[in-house]
Design a protein around this ligand. Structure first.
Ligand code: NDP
Length: 243
């Protein structure tokens, strides 16, 4: 395949889906992934094909190291490896830390942070061998600022920030850039629990006065794929001025 390829984890909906479509429109072969709603992955495939793009379905739980290994075996067979990795899959957990069970904590950590480790570990050897690659981690402004009733979620995103900075140093000699986007409030299913009143109150707190669309985040992800290679190890805010 002479197209560049990208894996977008958690791409059945929300930010991941917008990224997958933007990459397909930009001429990349896109590996699309989610864990549960495979029907949505099929509808994404239809959408990508209808805009003249190409993709491969790669269902699997990125929080499970053996499933990530299988996913990368398939990638290797098809393209030899990926040029770009977008670690986007994530889940939220709202509530008091004291109400959190060990299972809630583990599931959040596996999905939001360990997944980034598993996917990076699998993607890096090919990138090193071709001395080129980009890793973009989708994080949150709460990883910097911390959010009340989202302590564990904030911790997973802070973990991504540390991993991004350290890995950028490790991979810069191989010409691989590692950056993270610290998102503010993005209009996706992750915020579906908010009612109209809560949405309006939250929007008022944001200097830009609104939520961002997933497409705007995708725009920034694509921008980071063509940024100067000297730009690495950065946590880029996409929060309407919130932080
Ligand atoms: P959505 O809930 O809309 O989408 C999450 C995606 O991840 C879905 O495709 C889901 O599919 C997939 N997913 C979840 N768990 C796994 C897993 N274990 N393995 C593979 N895929 C998985 O979320 P958003 O688009 O809003 O969020 C995307 C990223 O952006 C997350 O990392 C989130 O933390 C971050 N973010 C979002 C913000 C927001 O306001 N929306 C703000 C800050 C950061 P399925 O359930 O079928 O597996």
């Amino acid at each position: 395949m002479n197209k560049k390829s990208v894996l977008v984890t958690g791409s059945s909906r929300g930010i991941g889906r917008a990224c997958a479509i933007a990459f397909a429109k930009a001429g990349y072969h896109v590996f699309i992934n989610c864990r549960q709603n495979i029907a949505l992955l099929h509808s994404l495939q239809d959408e990508i094909l209808s805009c003249g793009g190409t993709c491969t379905l790669l269902p699997g739980d990125v929080g499970d190291p053996s499933q990530v290994k299988s996913m990368f075996c398939q990638i290797e067979k098809e393209t030899g490896g990926i040029d770009i990795l977008v670690n986007n899959a994530g889940i939220a957990w709202f509530g008091l830390l004291t109400d959190m069970t060990d299972e809630d904590w583990s599931s959040l950590l596996q999905t939001n942070l360990s997944s980034v480790f598993y996917c990076c570990r699998a993607a890096i050897p090919h990138m090193v061998s071709v001395k080129c690659g980009r890793i973009i981690n989708i994080s949150s402004m709460w990883g910097t600022a911390g959010a009340s009733c989202e302590a564990a979620y904030s911790a997973t995103k802070s973990g991504i920030h540390g991993l991004t900075k350290a890995l950028a140093k490790e991979l810069a000699p191989s010409n691989i850039q590692v950056n993270a986007i610290a998102c503010g409030v993005i209009d996706t299913e992750m915020n579906a629990r908010l009612n109209e009143e809560e949405r309006a109150a939250l929007a008022e707190e944001i200097p830009s006065g609104r939520f961002s669309s997933p497409e705007e985040v995708a725009e920034l992800v694509l921008l980071l794929c063509s940024s100067p290679s000297y730009m690495t190890g950065q946590i880029i805010g996409m929060d309407g001025g919130f932080i």
